[in-house]
Design a protein around this ligand. Structure first.
Ligand code: SF4
Length: 386
């Protein structure tokens, strides 16, 4: 039995996050804290997990969770608070745990970064999330140099050993009721299908699948995604989209906006028990198109479970604080007139990174435009939408 407390977090008692390289970490906010201690079951009750759980239970701000403590200290709702609000009542009574931090129940929510392989090369993306961006490392390194602490990922990562373990421990699935995939792009990774197909059939209708996907594909090789998804209790897909029409195509190198819209409609009309949401990364390349973005998607006739807008912080030169005058005022005026984006207007008021504009933002955009012979330019899009 676990109890709420000032630093208590439900995740380490019922959830694991696995990285593209197959490491187990407490959650997406604590990715540097590798908990590995043998196989998955050994890790789940290994020394590191027990130490984290008991510290959180005792009211200690464990260093692994520094992102949550930072957010809470700054008045921002932390991942810990969000998960307590959304999941405590669903899971707390099901967890069988002991004072030393041992948990008898297996993880009930497995969240997995299936690989860093993605079919796209989005302009703001890192090599950690899209291996194909290693093709642009010469440009990326020029503007985001490496140092002793920070290195760009150059390997294609796949959690093969971990997935083999998951495929060969059918009993583990007796407790799992939520399985979440991110990437890379999960839908075009074979391991994702191998794992889904290995889940005992009698458990599938008990499990909710969750995805962060670019939804450029609904079919991969011989796999019929819709047929597979029908076997599960519910499927929630958060689709990564960063613009509409030309802005989308400009940012998401390798994708076509109309293809994604068509996949959204196909999935929405399919027999899958699905909820669709959108994940928008607000950045220098799209902030000027926000009203058009919301008008388009809100007008699609789809009952989105969520439209989430996340402020891009890395790389700094693509954060929206880079806009110089008169572009900055033009964007603020457009957003003010719309009325839905006061928080973005305020963000621009208090974040000034304009010194990066000529030094990094513009030459970075131009270097990629030249390489990919983009149909549009950043300059042209700014002109069109402002
Ligand atoms: S306290 Fe925060 S960082 Fe730590 S496991 Fe919970 S959600 Fe993750």
């Amino acid at each position: 039995m676990i109890t709420k407390g000032p630093t208590m977090c439900i995740l380490p008692w019922m959830h694991i996050y696995t990285s593209a390289g197959g490491d187990v970490v407490p959650c997406c906010e604590a990715q540097e804290s590798i908990m590995n201690a043998g196989n998955l079951r050994e890790t789940w009750n290994g020394t590191k997990y027990k130490e984290l759980r008991t510290a959180l239970m005792r009211g200690e701000q464990h260093p692994a969770c520094h992102v949550c403590w930072h957010n809470e200290a700054n008045g921002i709702e932390s991942n810990r608070e969000i998960n307590e609000r959304d999941f405590w009542d669903d899971y707390a009574d099901k967890i069988v745990a002991f004072e030393d931090g041992t948990v008898e129940t297996a993880p009930m929510w497995i969240e997995s970064k299936v690989s860093n392989f993605c079919n796209l090369k989005c302009k703001m993306c890192s090599t950690e999330s899209s291996y194909k961006r290693t093709h642009d490392l010469d440009i990326i390194r020029k503007f985001s140099p490496e140092d002793n602490e920070f290195q760009h990922e150059t390997r294609l990562l796949r959690p093969l050993e971990l997935y083999e373990y998951l495929q060969n421990d059918p009993e583990l699935w007796e407790d799992v009721d939520r399985l979440q995939f991110s990437g890379g792009e999960p839908i075009i990774n074979e391991e994702h299908y191998t794992l889904l197909n290995s889940i005992p059939k009698h458990r599938r209708h008990k499990i909710q699948l969750r995805y962060a996907s670019n939804l450029t594909h609904l079919q991969f090789k011989k796999h019929d995604l819709i047929e597979l998804w029908r076997q599960f209790r519910h499927v929630q897909v958060k689709i990564s989209v960063d613009g509409v029409h030309d802005v989308y195509n400009y940012i998401r190198t390798g994708a076509e906006f109309e293809d994604v819209v068509s996949n959204i409609r196909t999935l929405y009309a399919s027999p899958v028990n699905v909820s669709l949401g959108l994940g928008l990364t607000v950045q220098a390349f799209n902030c000027f198109q926000l009203p058009e973005f919301y008008n388009y998607f809100e007008g699609m006739g789809i009952d989105w479970f969520h439209i989430g807008a996340y402020m891009l912080q890395t790389p700094k030169y693509l954060n929206i604080g880079v806009y110089p005058e008169p572009i900055r005022s033009a964007i603020q005026n457009k957003l003010k007139a719309d009325g839905r984006f006061d928080h973005i207007v305020k963000y621009l008021d208090s974040n000034d990174r304009t010194k990066l504009w000529n030094k990094k933002t513009v030459p970075y955009a131009q270097a990629l435009e030249t390489r990919y012979k983009d149909a549009d330019t950043f300059e042209g899009l700014l002109e069109k939408y402002l």
